[in-house]
Design a protein around this ligand. Structure first.
Ligand code: TXA
Ligand code: MG
Length: 356
């Protein structure tokens, strides 16, 4: 394929001609990246198996990992699922459009290429005006995973999509940085009781406030295979190995990070520290800005979520050879942050239980 086209759009009020051009590409069976409020998605006609196969090829994604269908009205949901149970209705009412994906029994018209042969389909209605305009203009459910090469951190800027996929997809709608910065929450409502398959932009606490107890396919921090097929692969990873570092106190944490980074430097490594601003204050006299990246306040997981993937990618630009990332409290949006971080780390954790 030739170079990928870039359509720069106002994220609040996208130019309808550019939306129409992108929609035509999708209707013609091409793949187009677009911004959502979570991360950039890589969209194709969700009813066309050939178009969907192009998504897998562009990303290098394993075929057994199903895709989310993106819709722009609840009426579209009725086209792709068999029924909308009461719990789904309650969640839709409260969280759509927004960063929540529901897994429901699929209608037969949904291609196996989308669902990886599963009897269920994942559906979400994004809130981002560009995503909404694009879906509406195509008149189709749009199948879209995150618009990164499989295994890399999800893209929160059009530049991330370009870096991974230039020449492999028809176009990118550039609507600037995404807001939330990590993916939607995936909830399975196809069984007897609701089950959280992936923590994300809507927290488990927020879900439970609406529908009561929600089970978790895998408890936070565990590394065994959960039910969302995609969660079994190494994910979100920069080139260098990532270690998640925690300690009972902030001073203890800063001391530990300092020792780790200094030991790495002594061995000729290029360490990169991804830390909160509270920790950065304690470390800044020891290291330069080249070594420390600040991703927000420990008290504001939303800020950390927003910066997480971008800073994981920046470690590659700095040519870091080892990354130490600060662990945070896994509650609220912090649970989604820690889920992504532990996956990026492939389970490498240095906490009070590990030997230094
Ligand atoms: O925020 C998001 O959800 C973004 C934006 C673009 O919407 N999309 C996204 O898609 O993160 P992706 O493909 O990177 O992740 C989809 C997740 C995977 O873990 C996949 O295994 C799971 O949803 N999934 C999809 N269909 C499923 C199904 N029928 N049953 C269980 N899990 C499913
Ligand atoms: Mg993804």
């Amino acid at each position: 394929m030739d170079q990928t086209q870039i359509f720069k759009v106002d994220p609040e009020n996208p130019d309808q001609r550019l939306i129409a051009a992108a929609a035509q590409l999708i209707q013609a069976g091409e793949v187009v990246a677009f911004p959502t409020e979570t991360v950039y998605g890589l969209g194709a006609n969700g009813l066309d198996p050939t178009a969907v196969t192009k998504i897998f090829a562009a990303k290098g994604r394993p075929a057994d990992n199903p895709l989310i269908l993106h819709i722009s009205s609840v009426r579209d949901l009725e086209q792709v699922v068999v029924k909308i149970p009461p719990l789904a209705q309650a969640l839709i009412q409260r969280f759509w459009p927004g960063p929540l994906t529901l897994v429901l029994p699929k209608k037969t018209g949904v291609p196996d290429a989308v669902t990886a042969g599963l009897p269920t389909v994942a559906v979400r209605m994004p809130a981002h005006p560009v995503a909404q305009a694009l879906i509406t203009a195509t008149g189709l459910p749009i199948a879209a995973p995150s618009a990164n090469i499989s295994g890399r951190p999800s893209p929160t800027l059009a530049g991330h999509v370009w870096a991974d996929l230039n020449g492999r997809i028809a176009a990118i709608l550039d609507g600037g940085p995404t807001g939330i910065g990590l993916e939607s929450t995936v909830v399975d409502l196809s069984g007897d009781s609701p089950c959280l398959l992936r923590p994300g932009g809507v927290s488990r606490e927020e879900l439970e406030a609406v529908i009561g107890p929600v089970g978790f396919a895998v408890e936070p921090g565990a590394t065994q295979t959960p039910k969302a097929p995609g969660m079994k692969y190494r994910h979100y990873a920069p080139q260098a190995p990532v270690w998640v570092v925690s300690a009972p106190t902030l001073d203890g944490l800063a001391g530990k990070l300092q020792r780790l980074a200094q030991a790495a430097i002594a061995q000729g490594e290029v360490p990169y520290l991804l830390v909160s601003q509270e920790t950065a204050v304690l470390l800044q006299q020891h290291f330069t800005e080249e070594t420390i990246a600040v991703w927000g306040s420990r008290n504001n997981p939303a800020e950390i979520a927003h910066n997480l993937f971008s800073l994981l990618r920046s470690a590659d630009e700095k040519q870091a050879t080892i990354i130490y990332a600060e662990g945070i409290e896994p509650s609220g949006l912090g649970a989604a942050v820690m889920n992504r971080l532990l996956k990026a780390a492939g389970g490498r954790v240095l906490d009070s239980k590990s030997q230094e």
